[in-house]
Design a binder for this molecule. Structure first.
Ligand code: NAD
Ligand code: IPM
Ligand code: MN
Length: 353
């Protein structure tokens, strides 16, 4: 029997550029598997628009049971708004996050040397932060309803749920991460206007801070935080935010870090009771899909975060180093101001491994 460490990985390439970028991430993984002697047993699920066209559903009814036995899920992107309403295509993605209790969404944003900063005058030393997005509750719970559909007096209700347990565990996760970095935690809410849920966030931060005396804490309302991400991103180390605010902050974090084509994400269940999922921050980018020009680096860096989770941290660091060297050498896809294709960028990263 072979004693090569083996991990079961579900591949969910999805729609649009999802399959294009996932293919490159898998090439990078396979290069390292051979070189470093680990094995990822991969199973691909062709869900999304194709599945919809054949079966009238974007995923099969038992998709959660199918994913449950895997050690990790690597997702490309989902969504094809021209063909299917987004709230239908994207529902399974949100369900995976919630049902597998992937409550910690970790989204690093770092401007690599060699890239043109979108914020003039800011360099790699100014932009190196991680947004921790609460990923299991908040504004994303499926809780609401509609009355008198289509009538002039129609009413909708969409209620966010923030639990003490949910807020406490994500803040503790943020504090622990801050300790491994520059020991600064900024919590982003809107507690000046939303006086129930976000005031609970404020109170829990106060309660937890004494357990982490070595971490400096700071609170910002979301409106001020978006302004500060642009004005003075260097002040941020670890940023903890609710589900929706974390979503908004991480598209912004992506672009100030060189572009969405570079921004990776986890959906982590830290207790490992369920598989965690890894995916770029970006979506299926229908505007460039099928042209072979999408930047695969966000998917490649998401695969690196998956390797960290699988405790293959040497392989994960090798990927990050290779990406850093590739970008420093001036290799650029269209979104970075260059002309390289998706496949060429994948090849350059592999050469720099
Ligand atoms: P998007 O992230 O797909 O694209 C926004 C812009 O960034 C586009 O101009 C796109 O071309 C560019 N871009 C994104 N990724 C890129 C890459 N790797 N390389 C180069 N350029 C890249 O956001 P959108 O257009 O608002 O959404 C498109 C679809 O994706 C929608 O259906 C949306 O709901 C869905 N979506 C899915 C996810 C996900 O699967 N996790 C995330 C966000 C959006
Ligand atoms: C993301 C995406 C998703 C989100 C959508 C596709 C539901 O924008 O992963 O950031 O809002 O969480
Ligand atoms: Mn988003």
């Amino acid at each position: 029997m072979s004693d090569t460490p083996t991990h079961k990985v579900a591949l969910y390439p999805g729609d649009g550029i999802g399959p294009e970028v996932t293919t490159q991430a898998v090439r990078v993984l396979e290069t390292l598997e051979t070189r470093l002697g680990f094995h990822l047993e991969k199973t691909t699920f062709d869900w999304g628009v194709n599945h919809w066209n054949e079966h009238g559903k974007v995923v099969p009814d038992d998709f959660l049971n199918l994913l449950r036995p895997f050690d990790a899920i690597l997702l490309g992107a989902v969504g094809w708004p021209e063909g299917i309403p987004d709230h239908i295509t994207l529902a399974p993605l949100v369900q995976i996050r919630q049902r597998f209790d992937q409550y910690a969404c970790v989204r690093p944003s770092r401007l690599y040397p060699g890239l043109n900063p979108i914020l003039s005058g800011k360099g790699p030393r100014d932009i190196d932060l991680v947004v921790i997005r609460e990923n299991s509750e908040g504004e994303y719970v499926d809780n609401g309803g509609r009355m008198r559909r289509g009538q002039p007096d129609e009413i909708t209700v969409q209620t966010a749920i923030h639990t003490r347990r949910g807020v406490e565990r994500i803040l503790r996760f943020g504090f622990a991460l801050a300790r491994t970095r520059r020991s600064r935690l900024t919590m982003v809410t809107k507690s000046n206007a939303q006086r129930y849920a976000y005031v609970l966030w404020d109170e829990i931060l106060e309660e937890l801070a004494p357990d982490f005396p070595d971490v400096a804490t700071n609170r910002q309302h979301c409106d001020a935080a978006v302004m500060n991400f642009v004005r003075n991103p260097a002040q941020f180390d670890v940023v903890v935010a609710s589900n929706l605010f974390g979503d908004l902050l991480t598209d912004l974090g992506g672009i100030i870090g060189g572009g969405l084509g570079l921004a990776p994400s986890t959906n982590t269940n830290p207790e490992r009771r369920f598989p965690s999922m890894f995916e770029p921050v970006h979506g299926s980018a229908p505007d460039i899909a099928g042209q072979g020009i999408a930047n695969p680096i966000a998917a490649i860096l998401s695969a690196a975060l998956m390797l960290d989770h699988l405790r293959l941290s040497e392989a994960a660091s090798q990927i990050r180093d290779a990406v850093e060297r590739t970008l420093a050498a001036g290799h650029k896809t269209l979104d970075l101001g260059g002309t390289m294709s998706t496949v060429d960028m994948g090849s350059r990263v592999i050469e720099h491994l």
